[in-house]
Design a binder for this molecule. Structure first.
Ligand code: WT7
Length: 651
């Protein structure tokens, strides 16, 4: 029985009656997808165009030691042709991309499918002229400008593999990723305007390349027109090179299992991993989820506010919407510039029908007051989505009432860089939603809740434990770039036979899923994943630091904030200047999103007698919940804890 206090929000009859999927269809299709995955995905694979049709649908193995994931393996296709060429005949003049610049007084662009075809062909020919071919890697370090989408699709067109590095990452992080995949070319811009300020991207690239041993050329988009330091041997202006190439470029025939992109993401240990996604299954799943999760219909204007530097931007700004022949908005700016009405102004201006953003943005805007929403006409909105972290019911209600006026279904989509697309999500015409719950599995997804220690399946509802997935789906990541053992160890070792998500979850009396957050040493800052190990290694790389331990703590707007315990070298004084210096240091090692919110000087860290840091205790202190530290009997030096509690920062 459902707790009487939990309200549910069913779609209106009117919404359900025109939706792609209503409640009955969901039940029927879900059952079919689980009973006969081959039949189901064999059929849905047809939503994209194949050069050579597949005969083998699914060939997947989750057994640790032999993990192998292949979908549609004998089919061939071209992802860019699916996102562009196949739409030219019916909708060549339809807008594919609406680009909204950072500065609202600058003109927006409406890029048709025909324009997109020309731009992507030219960019593809430029890449070829720079020596890029099938299987080569290209790093993108770009602002949210149309060229980011052109570059992704240009790579896809010629079979090159793109690896996007979020433009907010530092030169060091960029250098590591260029090295990590031996990129032949890095595509960047002179500068990136965002929120009225400009980041000098080209400078960062120059600095990053100082640490790159192999030859890497750069292709530079002129966005701001600012002065840049030019490396004459290896730098090329895109606009100059475009003059020299043809505007037609054949789409290569690509194997379904050839990599489409690499995207680095943080894990609980070590440096970020290069998540590899391939072509066929990924595109099928991105297109299908985009259509069904948002109930996207032909002619709708869809806006996902993410950055293409994250997987959300890959699947739900570029690949999913364009594979569906949709109109997708690309926004260069931030929600609060020039003021907190910007999102809603853009929704009004472009008559946005589906809007997809992160809980952290909703909380930040909620804090500014509803006046900012109410001055815009939001009557075009039909579906609202969220992604990135659990959404608290207060923010959910505000989104529902103030933004959606109680008439737009909200889809809280749970997924990961690794999953390529939505795994748990309401469907807007089918699901009676509950604020804060990701609700139900998408077609073909078999979630299971396991006891954390024993790994035993919990069948009965309600259930609480770790979330695993029992079988593969087409957009699952295939491997870690050049490190398959790490792939297996991270996702298939702990719970044999399952894909381990790293998230904890609760399944309620009705069988609905509630994500409770990470169960590993990964924290979620404003919907961005951060490995505590990464921040720690940045901190200890500073000459004043002898040891560091980093944990998350609840933060009103960001979801989680970064709390760092730092032990200094014995000859260093704990001063406020040093604290500032460490903040700047972490920003430059990783990027602004990794900057610790709170740094506590720790004369010692709580450790077991074998020397393992007891993070559970550090988490409790950071949460200001030190009354319930749990079992502390294994502490080597219990007095260390008293000192940390005494000097805690989050009071
Ligand atoms: C982690 C994945 C997938 C794109 C954005 C983040 C958390 C994501 C939700 C949600 C609760 C969520 C999980 C997940 N997460 N969406 N709707 N409700 N938690 O991608 O950087 O790969 O992070 O984000 O903890 O494991 P990512």
């Amino acid at each position: 029985m459902l707790d009487e206090k939990t309200p549910t929000y069913p779609p209106s009859d009117a919404f359900a009656s025109t939706a792609h999927i209503d409640a009955a269809t969901y039940e029927e299709m879900y059952a079919a997808s689980i009973e006969d995955p081959e039949g189901f995905w064999g059929e849905h694979g047809k939503r994209i165009d194949w050069i050579k049709p597949y005969s083998i649908v699914k060939n997947t193995n989750f057994d640790f030691g032999n993990v192998s994931i292949k979908w549609y393996e004998d089919g061939t296709l071209n992802v860019a042709a699916n996102c562009i060429d196949r739409h030219l005949e019916a909708r060549g003049d339809q807008t594919a991309i609406i680009w909204e610049p950072d500065d609202p007084t600058e003109d927006a662009l409406h890029i048709s499918y025909r324009d997109l075809h020309r731009e992507v062909c030219e960019m593809a020919n430029v890449l070829k002229a720079l020596g890029v071919g099938k299987g080569d890697r290209v790093v993108l370090y770009l602002p949210m400008i149309p060229e980011a989408a052109y570059a992704m699709l240009a790579c896809a067109r010629i079979g090159a593999i793109h690896s996007i590095v979020f433009a907010g990452f530092s030169a060091d992080a960029l250098g590591a990723r260029i090295n990590g995949c031996d990129a032949k070319v890095v595509i960047t811009a002179d500068g990136a305007p965002r929120g009225g300020r400009v980041t000098n991207l080209k400078d960062n690239v120059n600095q990053a390349l100082l640490n790159v041993i192999h030859t890497c050329q750069s292709l530079v988009v002129r966005r701001t027109g600012q002065q840049v330091a030019w490396r004459s041997e290896t730098d090329h202006w895109l606009h100059e090179m475009k003059e020299t190439v043809s505007d037609d470029c054949p789409a290569e025939e690509i194997g379904a299992e050839d990599p489409l992109f690499i995207l680095y993401t943080s894990g609980s240990t070590g440096q970020p991993k290069g998540v590899v996604h391939t072509s066929g299954g990924y595109l099928v799943y991105a297109a299908m989820t985009h259509q069904m999760t948002f109930d996207y219909h032909d002619g709708d204007v869809y806006w996902c506010t993410a950055d293409v530097g994250w997987v959300t931007g890959h699947s739900y700004i570029v690949y999913g919407p364009l594979a569906n022949g949709g109109t997708t908005v690309m926004f260069e700016g931030v929600p609060t510039y020039p003021d907190a009405s910007r999102f809603w102004q853009v929704c009004e201006k472009h008559k946005v029908n589906q809007f997809y953003t992160a809980p952290t943005a909703i909380r930040a805007l909620m804090g500014k007051g509803k006046e900012f929403v109410e001055k815009s006409d939001l009557s075009s909105l039909k579906t609202l989505g969220t992604v990135g972290e659990p959404i608290n019911p207060e923010a959910w209600n505000w989104y529902n009432e103030v933004v959606g006026k109680g008439t737009c279904p909200i889809v809280d989509t749970w997924w990961q860089t690794e999953t390529g697309g939505h795994l748990l999500t309401p469907l807007p015409g089918a699901t009676a939603t509950k604020p804060g719950s990701a609700m139900t599995p998408f077609f073909g997804i078999k979630p299971v809740v396991l006891e954390p220690e024993s790994g035993k399946i919990i069948d009965d509802d309600p259930a609480e434990g770790v979330l695993c997935i029992a079988d593969s789906w087409p957009a699952q990541m295939r491997t870690v770039w050049e490190d398959h053992p790490r792939f297996e160890a991270t996702y298939f070792q702990q719970y044999k036979g399952y894909y381990f998500t790293g998230d904890g979850c609760r399944r309620d009396e009705d069988g609905h899923y509630w994500i409770t957050g990470r169960v590993d040493d990964v924290i979620n800052v404003s919907g961005h994943r951060m490995g505590t190990a990464e921040v720690e290694s940045a901190l200890v790389a500073h000459e004043a630091v002898s040891e560091a331990a980093v944990v998350g703590y609840p933060h009103d707007v960001k979801g989680q904030g970064i709390y760092a315990y730092v032990t200094l070298m014995s000859n260093k004084e704990p001063t406020d200047e040093l604290r500032k210096e460490l903040e700047v240091w972490v920003r430059s090692e990783i990027g602004p999103i990794a900057k610790p919110d709170l740094i506590q000087w720790a004369p010692g860290l709580p450790k077991t007698r074998s020397g393992k840091i007891m993070r559970r205790i550090l988490r409790k202190i950071a949460e200001n919940d030190y009354g319930s530290l749990g079992d502390t009997s294994t502490l080597a030096e219990p007095e260390v804890v008293d000192n940390l509690i005494e000097n805690r920062m989050n009071r």
